[in-house]
Design a protein around this ligand. Sequence first.
Ligand SMILES: *Cc1c(COP(=O)(O)O)cnc(C)c1O
Length: 357
Amino acid sequence: MRVYNFSAGPSILPIEVLEEAQRDLLDFNGSGMSITEMSHRTKTFMAVNDEANALLRELLNIPEEYAVLFVQGGASQQFAAVPLNLMTTGEADYLVTGNFASKAQEEGLKYGKANIVASSKDKNYTYIPNLDNLEFSKNASYVHLTSNNTIFGTRFTKLPKTSAPIVADMSSNILSEKINVKDYGLIYAGAQKNIAPAGVTIVIVRRDLLGKQMPICPTMLNYEIQAKNDSLYNTPPCFSIYMAMLVFRHLKKLGGIEEIQKINEYKASLLYDFIDNSDFYTNKVNKVDRSIMNVPFVTTSEELDAKFIKEATANGLVSLKGHRLAGGMRASIYNAMPVDGVKALIEFMKKFELENK
Ligand SMILES: *Cc1c(COP(=O)(O)O)cnc(C)c1O
């Protein structure tokens, strides 16, 4: 039986995509083998690689002056790849709005000055700092931020004003809402939240930032080399790229990012409205900074939180346990979570409240 899976990552995939992958598994496009069994130099795989790239460009309206790379190592590898490629002045600014943002800044310190220009650690990352009075370093090569904070359930609704290129970790909100790629120097995202199975990591980078990497930059992390080789410098994560292609086709069929954004905003508003109108459940995040992808909440006690998670699981609503740094519950309602999944969660929350208040 399929469950409603609220996992933060790896996470739910569209059922239509899983079924298509199942149909393709023994014989992809008449090749007599699966996509995971063939050389990445075959015409068949290269067509998949090209289509995935082209569809992502179309969905996000990525201008020609940006390269789209499919790399490995997850978003965490980008914490190092970004400074190795872009920290040309030996210095960069970081906005620390969560655990991953903090890890990115700490990794940056290995390669130069990684300045913290804002942090919301004082209130356990439950808000986004005021962006209007930030003091950026004159010498910063880039400004790094995490556009959606997966663990704490916050997101940036606007960007800071800075002349340095903005580098954004969009692992948990890429393709969930419209963005203007030109506002960024570089965007990166691990696939396993909103795109595909773990394996591929997306990098979208303005081409004029390429080719300035530090001499110690490993070949595999060198964006310019990856761009020149269409991300096929070595064996790519073929299955993850193929699944990404299927998900991109699926999003396009749904009407693109504008349509999926409407659905995402609707799902999030259903859940937040219910929580706000209840005196049993609480979301501790500053309202204007709320994520539309990850919704943390608590009941009135830790004992009831534990009971909630247990009973929800028994009712087919799984992976609702919050991250250990945030506690309580967290419902990740990525693109692939149907509206019916959110409604089922709310119905369960109502019932649990009645029984335990
Ligand atoms: C999950 C996540 C990461 C870590 O991703 P990996 O692919 O496991 O390295 C980094 N940043 C954000 C915002 C995430 O949600």
